[in-house]
Design a protein around this ligand. Sequence first.
Ligand SMILES: Nc1ncnc2c1ncn2[C@@H]1O[C@H](COP(=O)(O)OP(=O)(O)OP(=O)(O)O)[C@@H](O)[C@H]1O
Ligand SMILES: [Mg+2]
Length: 263
Amino acid sequence: MAAPAASAASAAPAAARGSAPPVLALSALTWSVGAVTIVEDVELAVGEGELLALIGPNGAGKTTLFNLVSGVTRPSAGAVLLDGRPVHRLPPHRRARLGIGRTFQSSSVFPTMTVAEHVDLAARAVGARRVAAAEVAGVLERVRLAHRGAEPAGGLSHGDKRKLELAMLLASTIHREGPRLMLLDEPMAGVAAEEVDELTEVIRWLHRTEGRTLLMVEHHMDVVLDLADRIAVLHHGVLLAHGDPTTVMADPEVQRAYLGEAL
Ligand SMILES: Nc1ncnc2c1ncn2[C@@H]1O[C@H](COP(=O)(O)OP(=O)(O)OP(=O)(O)O)[C@@H](O)[C@H]1O
Ligand SMILES: [Mg+2]
């Protein structure tokens, strides 16, 4: 009995916690249009269960970076790795199947379709699997929309539309447990001030209680500082700083990048 135990122990370190590759790793990630480089040589990793906020002034390249990760655009150079596996040559639907899910900067729902139908559609779009009504209800419960399932999505407030998009994201993979990595592009955009707190709580639930891995672009700095484990700052396509929120926000280079903008 001792020998197999010893060999199992010697094989263990490679798979042990901490030595596994990060959920997402960007290596020298670059995207150019003609002579203009929009994202330049970005090195960044998001660890298991981490919420990393990506911030930066308008036009910094944040959405472009999301497009490179989700597959809307292919990098000019560099690599995108999901759990250590290169995915940057795969089309968006293949990346979605592997567990990269995203929401978009502007809200998009079908006004006449019900809330529950949206979740059902999202589950089928990528996974081609049928979902039971109870499963749809379960997903809606997690984003605090359980009571709105039968209503047309067009009647939802902006905050509730954002929650619906999160529900669709949770249902949008072949994995019942939801996406491996969630990319949220400005989840608070267009959301009324009085709805920000509840939407923040939904994202906190996904992160803290469900242990999900999230990369979030957000301009609301109070939300960023409330939720983020780490912050990365993009400026003119270059990663200016990344690290714990206090250190990053105190960085003089970061403050200069935001000169003239309210931080
Ligand atoms: N397909 C494209 N062709 C040319 N330029 C582009 C293209 N897509 C984005 N850009 C440019 O890349 C820059 C970064 O845009 P991006 O949308 O990524 O910024 P952002 O950081 O998401 O800004 P915001 O905070 O306003 O959403 C902008 O100058 C934009 O005009
Ligand atoms: Mg953007």
